[in-house]
Write a protein that binds this ligand. Sequence first.
Ligand code: TYM
Length: 329
Amino acid sequence: MEKRKKVLTGLQPTGVITLGNYIGAIKQMVQYQDEYESYIFVADMHAITVPQDNKALHENIKSLIALYLACGIKPEKNTIFIQSENEYHANLSWLLECNTYFGELSRMHQFKEKSKKSENFTAGLFTYPALMAADILLYDIDYVPVGIDQKQHVELTRDLAQRFNNKYGETFVVPEPLITVTGTKIMDLVNPDKKMSKSAENPKGVIKLLEDSESIRKKIMSATTDSETLVKYNPETKPGISNLINIYSALTDKKIPEIEEKFASSNYGTFKREVADVVIEEIEKIQEKYREYIESSKLDDILDEGREKTRKIAKAKWEEVRSKMGIGR
Ligand code: TYM
């Protein structure tokens, strides 16, 4: 029998999980879990590359696991774990850092953007992509479902894998990013030229997965559009409407031309109302399940199992890499 392909993704437990995170990463994982051997984790060591409130961070970690389950990630089909509970992520990250060029890390868009926000950014923020490469390369992952903002990091992971394989012999599987056509980048509802982001200045532009329905409806109804009245997809000239079309498409699985046709004679108010209905229906289902899971003692069992399984796999890969690099006994 042919070996099943492997997928992996991670999210940072930064409290606010957005509709963008859901469409860009979690929903994709739910779609792939039947077909592929799936790994999903909480990237808590990535979260500490910028300042965090330690108490809030601690709570957000379990909350994110409960949210994964509520979104439809099935424990029997996924290996679910917390990054910091598996020391081989940091261990391999160091070995990879010593095979990564300063210039490569300097060119990462996310680093350039985030380092602008503070004079005292950390060394961890700079080496962040090497840790992300370790997350992926430890498990021989074939596909990495992410939003387009993470594509450059997966491409660097590919480069590092190829470089290592060329120098030391076949060691790593070279992974590919998986980016959905419509979920590529969900934009901010107020400033549709910016991505919907946890750290947006104006909270009106961001839909959170744990937000109440009334507030979601208000945000969608007042989303920025344009001076026309035509529901037509054109991200350049109609970024606001195109973003709502993308959201609608991602949640209903309808193709863009089909949506344009369906709303051909609707005004923006009618279209927005339907988008709000679809988003709220999806999010209410998630929230109901979230409340069950967050109270459940099963979370610890799932995480214990994930930790044991991933540590075994990761240890073997790390030892292989270490020995090929010539360090240790
Ligand atoms: P993070 O926590 O910033 O985001 C989690 C996932 O959500 C996607 N995303 C979006 N997708 C569409 N539209 C948006 N507006 C939007 N905003 C965020 C991100 O692309 C991401 O897929 N470095 C990663 C976490 C990570 C990781 C990994 C991912 C660590 N190690 C290994 C994959 C594989 C991050 O900070 O994602």
